[in-house]
Each structure stands twice: as structure tokens, then as C-alpha cells.
Design a protein around this ligand. Structure first.
Ligand code: N7H
Length: 489
């Protein structure tokens, strides 16, 4: 049976505790690969397991109860932190770990697949597609260390310990920092909301025998959808007749898809302002708010439009017993877009009942566990007034899955970027692009249909992008025993 003490802590059960998170991308110094592997053994005790995460969650709950009982106005927060480590295909090769892991997308790396992901870029006649990414993500990145915590001080302390072990400040450092990205949970009433203003982190699948009490409507997936080597895991290489078997050290690891996504918030807000949905009884402002909700599939509070089609319902948005209990199967939603556009971000990335016609096994392989965090400052008064982004902000997107082609890559390419998806719709109806992350790097224009419930076949023309990918990579997050016994020397 699965031992949660062996699985890295960001993957399951809600992930590492994070008010702030540092993503530290590194390259192993070519001359010190052996030293890296010996020092890795000293790093392992710092790695946080899922069992520790669950324990910390219990502590936090108990503390909250105590604070409430003592009526503390500003309770002292618990000092919580977490560390995880993962490796790119380049990192594994560099360490001499060359067994076939069984995932073609991982082996190729994200840069090689950027064109197929729809990222914007140029195609020089004499070379490969060159996406508009920042230079750091076009360099060799061997690994990613995630450091999370309740404060910058806690993260800085942990990072200093790690840098000491890897001699980062020494004359001959064992690793080089390629880039460091810092994400922060937004504050005040925007806590837990991403930068467009919507509550995030509501819907992740539950995992068999890990999440004991799934919420109503929350899909339960076999462990192998997220963890390699567990029931339900299916490598992408090999054939059904001759399947690839994972190396023993892959057991209980997971692939981490990282995307550095900028969000054009003032531009998004201006579009909503200029295109309110005209509904009798709604003000222009309410019409704009409704458009935002129908593009995402949830209101800013988290309330799903499938359950709250015309007005936000913040109580529903915050109620875990109800806010995932919908399937796009109301009679007025199966063949129409009365409640939710077919191409809304939520419906594209988890079509729920739209795939019922293909049986119960159609959806689970495409579920991922999202564990990202917002980065960048709040929109300034100048940006809001000029309706133009000046300061970088967005999402450090992290998703876990056992199969990248079926997980992140499939959702982005075959669903969000594919106008004819999802399939349950009237003949000839084209749902269009996922308005949040759907993208195309040919000259195509992005549209989606059904934003206006009273004019469902009308197509709304969208700007080229509101979410701009600036980099990313695929990593493998090994089990803690694998780190000790196979990766460290
Ligand atoms: Fe998305 N957003 O603010 O619009 N996402 N997402 N996402 N996303 C979700 O239900 C957002 C991105 C998924 O189970 C919510 O937990 C933004 C990528 C999936 O019903 C919101 C960005 C991919 C779900 C957003 C972004 C996905 C989901 C509602 C980029 C995969 C669960 C919160 C900057 C390729 C769907 C919730 C379900 C939910 C937003 C990226 C996938 C508000 C701004 C790249 C599977």
C-alpha cells in the first residue's frame, strides 16, 4: 500500500503549506555531478513528505480552534515551511540516470513542444521554432527546488540551508541558479484568488485511499493517474502489446509541469467592461461581471455558473459541499449554453458530464492536480486607468500527473486550443477557444460562442492572448526513497 511518508509533499493532499513560494531553477555544475549526488543525500532530510504536510494541516487546524476559543484578534501564525525537489530529463541524464522513464513529452522537454502547445513565437528558416519565452527557460535547467512557507523569513532560512549544502556561495559551487521565481498568495479579500480575481484551488481530483472524504461532485481518480507505478498509471511509450515498464525508482514519483504564465489583467478587465452581456434586468456592470463568470465557468467567489447562471452566490462559492457538485448535465445545459458556454475555461479543462457518452474511463486520464501560486504585484492605479499592463504578474502554474501527454499537454492542446471541443453540442456548433488559456500560433483569430445565453450561436471575438506563456519545463518529482537510494550517492 501507498506510504504517504514516501511521497513528496506538494503532490497530494493539498500540497505544501504556502503563503509564499520560491521556485528555484538550477543547473548542476558539469564538473561536480558526483559532488551533487553525494550532497543530495544531505538534502533529503529537508524534503517534506505528504505525511508531514497532513500533520502540519492538523496542527494548523488545532491552532485555529485554540485561537478562536481564546478570541485572539491577530493570532501568532505557525511557522510552516516545505521543500520539494524535482529534475528535468537533462538533469536525470546528467546524473547518469538513464533508464527509460516512459514519458515521451518529459524526454523531449517543454521547449521542444512549445509550438504544439500553441505558444507564440517565430519559425526561422534555418532553425527550430523559437517561442517568445524569457531566455532563462531556453537554457539548460536540470532541476527545480520548491521552497514554501508562512513568510519570506522562513523561506529565506530554508533556502540558506539548501544553498549551504550545495555550496552555492562557495568558489566552486555545485549548482548554479538559473532563475528564481517568487509567488505569493494575494492578501485580504483576494486571498486564494488568482490575478483576474477568481477564487482558485477549488477543484482538484481526489485520489483513492489518500483523500478520505471527497466532496460531493469531486471526481475520485486512481492513484496511478497522479503517481507513477500505481494502479491506473499508463506510460506513453511502448505499445499495448509491449508496454514500457517504469524503472523501480519511478514508483510514487510524479511529473511536474511548470508554466510561467503572465496575465494581462487590465486588458482583461477592459474587455469585460466593453462587452457586457445584455440581459434585461442587469446593469451594464452586472453584464460585464456575467461575461467574466461565463468565460471562466465560475464567478469570482468560486460559485459555478452551472449552478448560479445569472447572479453570483458567494455562499455557494465558499461551500465545498456544493461548489463542485455540477456536471453540465442540466437539461438546459447538455445541448445548449444557457448555463455555461461549452468553451468556458472550467468546462474545457474538465468537461465533467460532457464526456459521459464515452464511458467512465474517458475523463480520469486527463485529470491533473494543480498546485500553482500567483506572482507579481496588484494592478496599480496607472495600469487600471490606462487599461495596459506595465508590471509582470500572473501564475506560477504547477500541475502533477503520471502522464504528461494525457495530462497538462492534452488539456492545453486537445481541449483548450481546439475549437470543436467539447463534443456534446448541437451539430455544426463550434464552441471555440478556451478564452483564458486557449491559444494558437497560426494566424487564426480566437473566438468562442455562447457567451450570451440569449444568442448562443453568436461568436465573440477575443484578443490573441490574456495569458502569455513566458517559459516552462517538465520535471520528475521522485519519491523520497528514490531520492535516497537511486539519486543520492
Ligand atoms: Fe485554470 N482563471 O482564473 O481563469 N482555472 N487557469 N488552468 N484550471 C481554474 O475550480 C486560470 C490553467 C484547470 O475541475 C479556476 O479550482 C488562470 C492551465 C483545471 O472544473 C480558475 C490560468 C491549465 C481546472 C482558473 C489558468 C488549467 C482549472 C477555477 C493561467 C491546464 C479545474 C478554480 C494564468 C492546462 C476545472 C477551481 C474543474 C480551474 C483560472 C491556467 C486547468 C479561476 C488565470 C495552464 C483542470
Amino acid at each position: 500500500p501507498l506510504d504517504l511518508g514516501k511521497v513528496q509533499g506538494d503532490i497530494l493532499a493539498g500540497g505544501l503549506p504556502k503563503k509564499t513560494e520560491t521556485c528555484y531553477f538550477f543547473r548542476i555544475n558539469d564538473a561536480y555531478v558526483h559532488e551533487f549526488r553525494t550532497q543530495l543525500g544531505k538534502l533529503v532530510p529537508l524534503i517534506t513528505s505528504t505525511a508531514e504536510v497532513i500533520n502540519d494541516q492538523r496542527k494548523q487546524l488545532a491552532q485555529n480552534k485554540k485561537d478562536a476559543a481564546e478570541k485572539k484578534i491577530t493570532p501568532p501564525h505557525l511557522k510552516l515551511s516545505g521543500v520539494n525537489i524535482s529534475f528535468s530529463t537533462k538533469g536525470l541524464k546528467k546524473m547518469g540516470i538513464t533508464d527509460e522513464i516512459g514519458d515521451a513529452a518529459f524526454d523531449a522537454g517543454m521547449l521542444a513542444g512549445a509550438k504544439e502547445l500553441g505558444d507564440i513565437g517565430t519559425s526561422p528558416s534555418n532553425g527550430p521554432f523559437d517561442p517568445d519565452w524569457i531566455p532563462a527557460f531556453k537554457q539548460e535547467i536540470d532541476g527545480l527546488i520548491l521552497i514554501t512557507g508562512d513568510s519570506y523569513a522562513t523561506v529565506a532560512e530554508k533556502l540558506a540551508e539548501i544553498e549551504k549544502i550545495l555550496l552555492v556561495q562557495a568558489r566552486n559551487p555545485i549548482i548554479h541558479e538559473v532563475i528564481r521565481l517568487v509567488g505569493d498568495v494575494r492578501s485580504g479579500k483576494e486571498k486564494g484568488h488568482e490575478h483576474f480575481g477568481f477564487q482558485d484551488g477549488i477543484s482538484n481530483p481526489a485520489v483513492t485511499d489518500v483523500d478520505a472524504n471527497p466532496n460531493p461532485g469531486q471526481q475520485v481518480v486512481p492513484q496511478g493517474i497522479i503517481l507513477l507505478g500505481r494502479p491506473g498509471d499508463a506510460p506513453t511509450l511502448g505499445t499495448p502489446a509491449a508496454p514500457v515498464t517504469r524503472p523501480h525508482w519511478a514508483l510514487d514519483g510524479s511529473f511536474l509541469s511548470f508554466r510561467y504564465l503572465f496575465q494581462l489583467v487590465p486588458e482583461f478587465n477592459a474587455f469585460l467592461k466593453n462587452n457586457p452581456i445584455p440581459i434585461t434586468g442587469l446593469t451594464r456592470e452586472q453584464g460585464s461581471e456575467l461575461l467574466g463568470a461565463r468565460l471562466v465557468g465560475r464567478w469570482k467567489s468560486g460559485a459555478p455558473v452551472d449552478l448560479a447562471p445569472l447572479h453570483d452566490d458567494p455562499v455557494l462559492g465558499q461551500d465545498p459541499l456544493r461548489n463542485n457538485n455540477f456536471h453540465y448535465t442540466f437539461p438546459d445545459d447538455q445541448q445548449t449554453q444557457t448555463r455555461c458556454p461549452f468553451a468556458a475555461h472550467l468546462r474545457k479543462t474538465n468537461p465533467r458530464g460532457d464526456l459521459d457518452q464515452f464511458g467512465p474511463n474517458a475523463l480520469p486520464p486527463h485529470r491533473i492536480i494543480r498546485s500553482g501560486i500567483a506572482f507579481g504585484p496588484e494592478v496599480s492605479a496607472v495600469e487600471a486607468a490606462s487599461e495596459k499592463t506595465h508590471l509582470p504578474r500572473g501564475l506560477l502554474f504547477i500541475a502533477y500527473q503520471s502522464n504528461i501527454e494525457q495530462g497538462f499537454q492534452f488539456i492545453q492542446q486537445s481541449w483548450s486550443n481546439t475549437p470543436k471541443f467539447p463534443p456534446r453540442k448541437p451539430a455544426n456548433e463550434i464552441p471555440g477557444f478556451d478564452p483564458i488559456i486557449g491559444q494558437t500560433n497560426d494566424d487564426g483569430v480566437r473566438t468562442l460562442s455562447g457567451t450570451d445565453p440569449n444568442s448562443q450561436t453568436a461568436n465573440l471575438k477575443l484578443p490573441k492572448q490574456w495569458v502569455v506563456p513566458k517559459g516552462g519545463e517538465y520535471f520528475f518529482s521522485p519519491s523520497i526513497p528514490a531520492l535516497k537510494e537511486r539519486f543520492a550517492l
